[in-house]
Design a protein around this ligand. Structure first.
Ligand SMILES: [Zn+2]
Length: 437
């Protein structure tokens, strides 16, 4: 038997499968890239012995959880940390600082993306929604052996420039994304693209059965407001499409107060094959739209803070039942790619916003695992992730957290889990181990 086909039993003081109850003194048996068995350690070992299977056991005296899923990042901006070193007064202010560094010559996007993948793995992240602007960075997840979706970003396309050649170029880019991971397209944002590309990009993606992802409700100007009479306010949204505006910015210049979420929904962008990043400036009506379309939101609170935005309404999302995931965004707007730092931030924000439920730890840890998988469409099917269950991908993260009490361990992971990852396995292969650097 090659070492690839050997059964390895990863036992741990505490196992968090996410899709089933927590297990004290639990174990996850792995064969090749998949999970063979999950449960009480004694029971897993007995089951293997009963069928005469050979196995090797590796014990961890901490928490064993599914690999984390980063619901929104740009690995290629990992060398742009200087941009995130100060605070900004909003999206345009940050955007100017970003552009000044991005436009410098001499970036090695492939190397930066590879470093971002390594930092992710060292934080227990095994999959990501990676938004890619430069083709040298397209294969970062693939090269690192990570799961997730590489999204080709389409930025700044206007109606005049949205030609057949431009459409073919997008098709060619998404076909050049190496598999695994999965592939998708990210129309950048409603204010940076005209109506025509926003209408047609989803069709191009959906023809191929791929995924969509968009920055939405991140900038102040995307929020709903009471615009000119007859076009905004309760029940008044129906008439703005008849204006035939070329872009969201054009609607704004007409004084139309429709939100960016309602705008892209009208164009058919949302759906269960699409997830959004940020979702800060959303009304109750916007959140209801996201639920109705089956669209998840990846919350990136530390990035929002650096840029000088408000905090996302995480308490409302949770109370109302929206599907949420957690993202770090990139090092150009966030201090680290450690997803649990954003989870801890969301915990404090939710409490500040009045969320009192005793399920908060569980729901936020779920958002960083299964919720991320669902946002990317990877929570079900043969290659499912974000969970420790029989047949799922063997994506494992080991955390150094005291385990005497399962509730305390979960609270610690959610509120102060940053910097606690010690070992990371993707598809049965060790990708990070703190002892080996
Ligand atoms: Zn982003």
């Amino acid at each position: 038997m090659s070492s690839q086909q050997e059964i390895v039993v990863y036992s741990a003081a505490l196992v968090f499968p996410v899709t089933s109850p927590r297990i004290a003194d639990g174990a996850v048996a792995v064969l090749g890239k998949r999970i063979l068995h999950v449960g009480d350690r004694r029971w897993v070992l007995e089951a293997l012995e009963e069928r005469g299977a050979q196995y090797r056991e590796e014990h961890w005296d901490g928490v064993l959880a599914p690999g984390l899923v980063n619901g929104h990042t740009h690995l290629q901006y990992t060398h742009m940390a200087e941009v995130a070193n100060r605070n900004y007064r909003g999206f345009d202010d940050w955007g100017d600082a970003f552009d000044a560094v991005y436009e410098r010559v001499g970036h090695d996007w492939a190397a930066a993306a590879a470093d971002g993948a390594a930092l992710s793995l060292a934080a227990g992240v095994t999959a990501a929604a990676d938004v890619v602007t430069d083709r040298e960075a397209l294969s970062a997840l693939h090269t690192a052996g990570m799961h997730g979706i590489a999204y080709w970003e389409v930025y700044g396309a206007d109606n005049a420039g949205w030609t057949n050649e431009a459409k073919d170029a997008v098709r060619e880019q998404i076909r050049s994304i190496p598999s695994p991971p999965g592939a998708g397209v990210s129309p950048h944002a409603p204010y940076s693209l005209d109506v025509q590309p926003l209408l047609e990009l989803p069709d191009i993606v959906r023809e191929e059965g791929l995924r969509l992802h968009i920055h939405l409700a991140e900038a102040h100007m995307e929020r709903e407001f009471d615009g000119i009479d007859g076009y905004a306010g309760p029940g008044g949204h129906g008439s703005w499409p008849s204006l035939g505006a070329d872009s969201f910015r054009a609607l704004r210049s007409h004084g139309i107060g429709v939100s960016s979420t309602q705008f892209v929904d009208h164009l058919g962008v949302l759906g269960p094959d699409c997830h959004i990043a940020h979702g800060v400036y959303v009304s109750a009506e916007d959140r209801a739209l996201l639920r109705a379309r089956g669209t998840s939101v990846a919350l990136c609170p530390r990035s929002n803070e650096v840029i000088g935005l408000d905090m996302p309404p995480v308490a409302a999302y949770l109370r109302e039942g929206n599907q949420i995931a957690v993202g770090t965004d990139s090092l150009s707007s966030s201090p680290s790619l450690d997803l649990l730092a954003d989870v801890g931030k969301l915990y404090r924000v939710a409490r500040d916003q009045g969320y009192r439920g005793d399920d908060l730890h569980q729901r936020l840890f779920g958002a960083a695992t299964l919720g991320g998988a669902a946002a990317l469409g990877l929570h079900v099917g043969k290659n499912r992730i974000g969970q420790l269950g029989v047949g799922a991908m063997a994506d494992l993260a080991f955390f150094d957290v005291p385990t005497h009490n399962p509730d305390v361990a979960l609270a610690e992971l959610v509120e102060a889990g940053a910097g606690r990852a010690r070992r990371t396995i993707v598809a049965g292969v060790e990708k990070y181990n703190v002892t080996s650097g």
